[in-house]
Write a protein that binds this ligand. Structure first.
Ligand code: DX5
Ligand code: ZN
Length: 216
């Protein structure tokens, strides 16, 4: 069993004060910060480059969970590893050497993860399960914070739990998108151990309620 983790996404924090967002995660007693990297091609939005991650790293010892939403992630994993990422996750939808890139992430000294979108079947990540530290099941179409949780993804979480058991593996199962005090328990009950929350963490009056639910 992996210990449960809440990984707040700084996408929902004030981008002029990103370091304060990271500090808020730390002062809330949490260990992981989720950092969403978007390229304007794979997803219709742009966010942060490796220099921003490096700047945040200077002031933080949090575990940086870096989610690459890029058409060409293999061209950037080294830059994000050098910037201070601890885990780098890459999508299975674009066409690039996925297996090699997962190996490269490990050789750079980072943990690795594979990500699949709500419309992508579990079979698409199955070939990589024996070489990843984490599988991220997107619970919204990636690109923007503040979207509604897509409940059918829970069936894919159940499939991942089953495959992990069958294969005797221990990768984390993470969800990302629309995670709040209502949807987090559904994910936890389905077998999720790693919960990304942007809006429900940074815009919430009571962050502790979400933290308590994640750790229940
Ligand atoms: C979506 C990003 C998410 C996003 C989640 O493309 O990958 O990490 O920040 O935001 P909320 O929690 O607001 O749905
Ligand atoms: Zn994300």
């Amino acid at each position: 069993m992996n210990s449960p983790l809440l990984a707040p996404s700084v996408l929902a924090s004030d981008h002029a004060r990103l370091a304060e967002g990271v500090a808020t995660i730390k002062s809330s007693g949490l260990e992981w910060a989720h950092i969403d990297i978007m390229d304007g091609h794979f997803v219709p939005n742009l966010t942060f480059g490796p220099e921003i991650v490096a700047a945040l790293r200077k002031d933080s010892d949090l575990f940086f969970d870096v989610h690459l939403m890029l058409d060409n992630p293999h061209l950037y994993v080294e830059a994000f590893a050098k910037a201070g990422a601890n885990l780098i996750s890459i999508h299975v939808e674009p066409d690039y050497p996925i297996e090699e890139t997962l190996d490269t992430i490990h050789s750079l000294g980072c943990q690795n993860g594979v990500v699949f979108n709500p419309g992508t079947p579990t079979e698409a990540v199955a070939p990589y399960l024996d070489k990843v530290d984490l599988v991220l099941a997107m619970t919204v179409q990636p690109g923007f914070g503040g979207q509604s949780f897509q409940t059918p993804v829970l069936e894919k979480v159940a499939e991942l739990v089953e495959l992990r058991e069958q294969k005797g593996l221990s990768f984390r199962i993470e969800v990302d998108g629309g995670i709040d005090p209502d949807t987090l328990p559904l994910c936890r009950d389905a077998g999720v151990d790693t919960f990304v929350a942007g809006t429900a963490f940074f815009k919430a009056e009571d962050k502790q309620a979400l933290i308590d639910l994640a750790q229940a």
